[in-house]
Design a protein around this ligand. Structure first.
Ligand SMILES: Nc1ncnc2c1ncn2[C@@H]1O[C@H](COP(=O)(O)OP(=O)(O)OP(=O)(O)O)[C@@H](O)[C@H]1O
Length: 283
């Protein structure tokens, strides 16, 4: 669906080198701290900025052979883009209908009502969360095969976030061959939603993992300095010094549960995973 191979972009203080793949029928998360390169990647994929190397393949085509009809198969949410504040949701519905042959006006109106979006009010009078809902709704309203969503839940309260995530789940369930690539600061959102995820930091991909595997096989071990000395460290990936000793990231938690039954083995969240990889030391 979408494949990036060493996609590069160089700024004076930042270099991106990103390889990733969004596969049909899957929701792929893209996590990383502020300034990691998530938006830069999305902009380069969409041709909003010029890339300095590497390849982008979209629907099996190289970027320079992509046709306008291919672009209609993509639904996009970008942080810095949106509709003019002078438009109403009804105006947006008309614009989308004119631009996308597969736009579903009835579905759009139904969902707008479910999300409590006024149809006749100008967007400039909307709250941040309401504008975010309009952007997501517009991106998913025209039966796109690929959704590229940069921080779609930014600015939303818990309730609205849940509604949006539910809509995305529904989207992929109803379209087996479609694909979603989504970035978020709130990695908890992605943990509930994504099949797999890539983590980026400093413009480089640090890891790619299945979410199920993260939750079933990874763990944080909490050990004292004495326990640390005698521990078999062959399956320890990262360590971080703590007041009590060490937090250790493993992707083989069963090994430690079986061989060190008295050890504290904490279930890991995506946030903790990101934190120990960013703040810890690789072994
Ligand atoms: N036009 C530009 N000129 C120079 N540097 C830029 C430009 N755009 C982005 N950068 C730099 O590229 C880096 C990556 O920025 P990017 O917006 O891709 O990060 P991000 O992962 O999306 O962050 P956030 O989560 O905060 O949105 C940052 O260091 C940023 O300062």
């Amino acid at each position: 669906m979408l494949k990036l191979t060493n996609l590069q972009k160089n700024y004076p203080d930042f270099s991106l080198d990103c390889s990733l793949e969004a596969l049909p029928g899957r929701i792929t998360g893209f996590i990383g701290p502020n300034g990691a390169g998530k938006s830069t990647t999305f902009k380069a994929v969409l041709g909003l900025i010029h890339s300095d190397g590497g390849t982008v393949e979209l629907f099996g085509r190289k970027a320079d052979t992509i046709r306008p009809s291919d672009l209609q198969r993509i639904g996009v949410v970008m942080a810095e883009s949106g509709f003019s504040g002078e438009l109403t949701v009804t105006d947006i519905s008309r614009i989308l209908a004119a631009f996308y042959p597969d736009f579903d006006a009835d579905w759009f109106r139904e969902k707008a009502e479910a999300l409590s979006l006024p149809m006749k009010k100008k967007l400039k009078e909307f709250s941040t969360g309401m504008k975010a809902k309009v952007k997501v709704l517009s991106a998913i309203s025209h039966n796109a095969d690929l959704l590229i969503l940069d921080e779609p839940t930014a600015g939303l309260d818990v309730l609205a976030r849940d509604q949006i995530l539910e809509m995305l789940r529904e989207y992929i369930e109803n379209r087996e061959n479609s694909s979603i690539l989504i970035s978020s600061h709130i990695s908890g959102d992605l943990e509930q939603l994504c099949d797999d995820f890539y983590m980026i930091s400093g413009g480089k991909i640090l890891c790619h993992e299945e979410t199920d595997r993260l939750l079933s096989d990874y763990a944080i071990l909490k050990v004292s300095p004495q326990e640390y000395e005698t521990l078999d460290k062959q399956y320890i990936l990262y360590r971080r010094q703590e007041s009590f000793g060490w937090s250790l990231l493993t992707d083989q938690k069963r090994f430690y549960i079986e061989n060190y039954p008295r050890m504290v083995v904490d279930r890991i969240s995506m946030d903790e995973f990101m934190m120990i990889m960013l703040k810890g030391e690789k072994l």
